[in-house]
Structure formats: C-alpha cells, structure tokens
Design a binder for this molecule. Structure first.
Ligand code: SAM
Length: 292
C-alpha cells in the first residue's frame, strides 16, 4: 500500500498535531477543501507536495500558528490573509464587530458615517463590518490606520480581496486621519483592538504560540492601557474643538474594565460608557460615546 495517500499522511501527522490541523495543512498544500480529503482518502500525493506538507508539519509541531502556515484565518464569516506582520484575528474581536454592525443596522437609511479602525492589522474589523452592512443603504467612509507599514500591506490586500474601499494611513492611532475627518462634522465610529496585554501576561501566556505574533501588536505599557490612554487623549483634542457624535469601541482584557473606566472618567469625564461581555460572560468591549 502506498504511504503517501491522504489517509496515511493524515494518520501519521495526527500523532504529532491535532487531526483538524493536519487536515487543514494538507488541504492547503493540495489547494483543496477538507471535504476533498474526506472523500478521497486513497488519493496518492506526489513527492513534492509530501515534502512541502512535512515541512509545514514540522513548523506546526514546533508551535508556529496554523494561520501563519496556511496564510489564512476565518473571521466573522470571511477569509482573511495573514502573515507574520499581522495579528491573527481572534474570535473575541467578533463581539466588537457584532456591536458595530447592530449599531449601523439601526441607523437611518442614507445616513453618512465615518468609520475609523485604529491598529487595523489584517483589516478584519472594518472589512467584516462593511461586508455585514453592505445590504443596508448606509454611506460609510472607512479609514484604517496602523503603526506597521508591513501590516498595512496585508490590510490592503484584504480590502481588495473583499472589494471594500478603505483609506489606509500609516501612523500613530488617529493622528494620520484627523485632518481629513474632523472638518466635515459627520458622526464617526472608532474601532480599536489595540495592543493591551502586559509584558508579564505576554511572557507567561498559556498559549506560547503568541510568541510567533508581532509583540508590537500585543503588548502595551501601563498595565496594557498606554495606547488606549493615548487614544482617549487624541479624542479629547477633537471633542474640545469640534461638536461631533463619536462612538469609540475598544477591545480589552476582562481584568482591565475598572481601570479603563477610571481612565476614561479622568480624561473624558462627560461621556457615556457601556461594557459588552463576551460569550463567557467576561467584560470584552468598552463603548464610549460623546454627543449622543
Ligand atoms: C491587537 S492588534 C489588532 C489587529 C486587528 N485590528 C485585529 O483585531 O486583528 C493591534 C494592532 O495595532 C497596531 N498598533 C500598535 N501600536 C499602534 C499605534 N501607536 N498606532 C497605530 N497602530 C498601532 C499593531 O501594529 C497591530 O496591527
């Protein structure tokens, strides 16, 4: 019996990694679906592909995240390209997307809105929001910023793949987009899944796979809240000079909700604050609004 059949390769691989991962890697190497593997267990695989599969298998065994090997990650029903310069989109972030989609769906027909995603990475947040609201007659102009030029290259490819028009800006949080958005007085929504874990959480993470992801996408100073603090200060500058309706959605670690509420109270005392929980009942998204 040939050793290089789908069935044999999966059986061998599943001694080292999860069976699902073995399937996804083999499907990736063959350019086929998992259904193809399930329905063609006796298919013989050529030597070049077997070598490639075994190379990826070795990387996966040493802890490389599956998404970096297949270069894809599913998020909120869509497929996103990822690479070592982007964070791998997390299911937790779907809570924020859902909240924004619901908010936009409740908005009047024809309403013009500006959506700014800061720290966009793969672009999964604004692209998923745009796709899930595309059947509504909203006029949403989307901006996305990131401090990493390499990550923005991936955002651009994802926006093109999903046919979502986005204005991309390289720079620190809101800074690169401020001049283009504040003068037109439209309501705007800010989404932010910024780095929020502490150095200690990073070092002691129960999922060592995160050490393959860019540290600059994960870790922040001041108990993980340094970038949110800077973002709120930038927003304060805007609300001081302009009368605007702004809603800002921030993903947090559940342990940070009291601290971030205090921070917002100090920097932006006249705001409305709401906290959304994730599926396990933990605080996950802070929603801050002005002028509503
Ligand atoms: C936690 S990742 C989130 C990526 C993506 N939004 C997601 O949810 O998968 C944080 C992102 O913020 C970016 N970032 C870090 N510091 C930044 C800053 N000062 N200004 C803009 N982006 C920043 C990182 O490069 C990274 O892409």
């Amino acid at each position: 019996m040939p050793l290089n059949t789908v069935k044999q390769l999966l059986k061998e691989a599943s001694k080292k990694i999860e069976y699902l991962d073995a399937e996804l890697l083999l499907a990736h190497v063959l350019g086929k679906s998992r259904e193809f593997l399930a329905t063609n267990p006796e298919q013989t695989i050529d030597m070049m592909r077997v070598i490639k599969y075994k190379y990826l298998l070795k990387k996966r065994t040493s802890g490389m995240p599956l998404a970096y090997l297949t270069k894809h990650k599913e998020f909120y029903g869509f497929d996103f390209l990822v690479n070592k310069h982007t964070l791998i989109p997390r299911p937790d972030t779907e809570i924020m997307v859902e909240a924004v989609v619901n908010r936009l769906r409740a908005t009047n027909d024809g309403q013009q809105i500006i959506l700014i995603d800061v720290g966009t990475g793969s672009g999964c947040i604004p692209i998923a929001i745009a796709k899930w609201t595309s059947d509504f007659r909203l006029r949403v102009s989307i901006f996305a910023t990131d401090i990493s030029k390499q990550a923005l290259k991936v955002t651009k490819r994802n926006a093109k793949k999903h046919n979502v028009p986005i204005t991309f800006k390289h720079g620190n949080l809101l800074e690169p987009v401020l001049s283009s958005v504040v003068c037109n007085q439209l309501p705007f929504i800010i989404t932010a899944n910024l780095p929020y874990i502490t150095e200690q959480q990073y070092q002691n993470s129960p999922t060592p796979e995160i050490h393959h992801e860019p540290k600059s996408a994960l870790v922040a100073d001041n108990n993980g809240l340094a970038l949110y603090e800077e973002l709120f200060k930038q927003i304060k500058q805007i609300v001081k000079c302009h009368i605007l309706h702004i809603t800002c959605y921030c993903e947090i670690d559940p342990s940070q909700s009291a601290q971030i509420a205090k921070l917002i109270g100090n920097i932006l005392p006249e705001t409305k604050l709401e906290i959304k929980k994730d599926l396990s009942g933990k605080d996950r998204v802070v929603i801050v609004s002005w002028g509503e």
